[in-house]
Design a protein around this ligand. Sequence first.
Ligand SMILES: Cc1cc2nc3c(=O)[nH]c(=O)nc-3n(C[C@H](O)[C@H](O)[C@H](O)COP(=O)(O)OP(=O)(O)OC[C@H]3O[C@@H](n4cnc5c(N)ncnc54)[C@H](O)[C@@H]3O)c2cc1C
Length: 475
Amino acid sequence: MNLVTKSAIDFTVPAVLSDGEIVNDFCLSERIKNKYAVLFFYPLDFTFVCPTELISFSNKIEDFSKRGVEVIGVSVDSKFSHCKWRKTPVNDGGIGEVSYTLVSDIKKSISRDYGVLYDDSIALRATFVIDDKFVVRHQSINDLPLGRNIDEFIRIVDAIKHNEEHGEVCPAGWKKGYAAAIYAARANLEPIVVMGMQPGGQLTITTDVENYPGFVSIQGPELMEQMRLHAEQVGAKIIDDEIKSVEQLEDSNKYRFRSSGNINDYYSDAIIIASGAQAKWLGLKSEKEFQGYGVSACATCDGAFFRNKVVAVVGGGNTAVEEAIFLTRFAKEVILIHRRDKLRAEKVMQDRLFKNDKIKVMWNHTVEQILGEENPKKVTGIIVKSTEAQELEVDGVFIAIGHAPNTGIFKGFVEMDQQGYIITKPGTTLTSKAGVFAAGDVQDKVYRQAVVAAGTGCMAALDAEKFLEVSKVFK
Ligand SMILES: Cc1cc2nc3c(=O)[nH]c(=O)nc-3n(C[C@H](O)[C@H](O)[C@H](O)COP(=O)(O)OP(=O)(O)OC[C@H]3O[C@@H](n4cnc5c(N)ncnc54)[C@H](O)[C@@H]3O)c2cc1C
């Protein structure tokens, strides 16, 4: 996105500036002229949700300004509550002093033009890095806390500037996969790990992980942070970018592949695709709210947390039936909720399901809402609907309506099966294209576990190392 072509450059809005002054004609383009800028969007209730985020943020402002970067917070909060909170001392429960420009986007024009406006009232958390020519060089729109990722954005600015000066040339480019990166880095392959839209992957949306060897119990995001640190420690280069296309280069004397991202092009002689998969969700707001607190998409991962409890499984295919049967090992009752009057699962699976006394099937029902409470945060029930709505008391909900691999950009590049999973040669991570390897959930629709993803990541790095040696590309 080039701001020059957008009305965004002409944003003129009322704003509260860093010194508390309120100006009525804040012009974004004037403010960021000839400079790099980082634009942060906050949700309306931001300060109430997490004031500490803003404190950690304000501590980092100096690091941005050393790089000549203007930092601007954009809020859709027309009541200037940020300003109020800003003036409340930390001791009194406020957020203390912050020193960055806050633009109050009353007309929502900025949020709308940047595509971060959510249900017309609040803006999603998002960050945009804009270069000195008004070109957006990085964008990240998600629901993650921004304040805790400030170092991340400093790194992004550094990476963009570095690449502008030196060009991005690396001996080996790799997709995400910390395990692959650790092995590759230790083999001196100088791997690049491109993080994509969900840095850290699926485990960042869960809470307790109790089946990753070496950790009796660890929070998903913490496990991924440790893997990231480990990969960096041994020399992997972690880059925040999202690959949009991959191609094999004609003149392979130099580099074999080019992976083009939002920020940069990455040249390499081997690629490990570890872009994972995503569980399909129902899309309910309450489902997202209780993810990791009773709502799950993985019975193998979370089933053991529901000993002697009542759980619901949503779906009607093989996955749902398998998950329901598996959950009867722990739960005292499993309610399978299916929106049709017959299952899509294989006959043999259905027979096993119907013979299981612990499983009750609710036909022709859809889940409308997940109910729960705070302190401790947990699921307490669901509202299901057939002809009319009814409330069921359950302790957990497993959404089992399928998975989708993140392989859209690799169509035509490597062979895939009908569901879009990358096909690898059995017992290896070799794909249909020499020099391209696949690891983790992107090629695994059976096990789908973190330790398996890490294991295949290791295999991919070793396979790639051997490939580079044999093809004499690795110098
Ligand atoms: C709710 C939930 C709970 C789970 N709990 C457990 C558990 O307790 N134990 C367990 O073993 N497993 C668990 N799993 C499964 C586990 O998370 C996965 O098996 C594992 O994360 C797979 O790792 P992966 O690296 O292959 O893919 P992912 O974790 O899916 O990571 C894929 C990565 O690729 C990146 N990416 C995608 N596209 C691009 C692109 N175009 N450019 C650049 N990067 C890209 C993404 O940003 C992401 O970082 C759980 C899964 C879910 C959904």
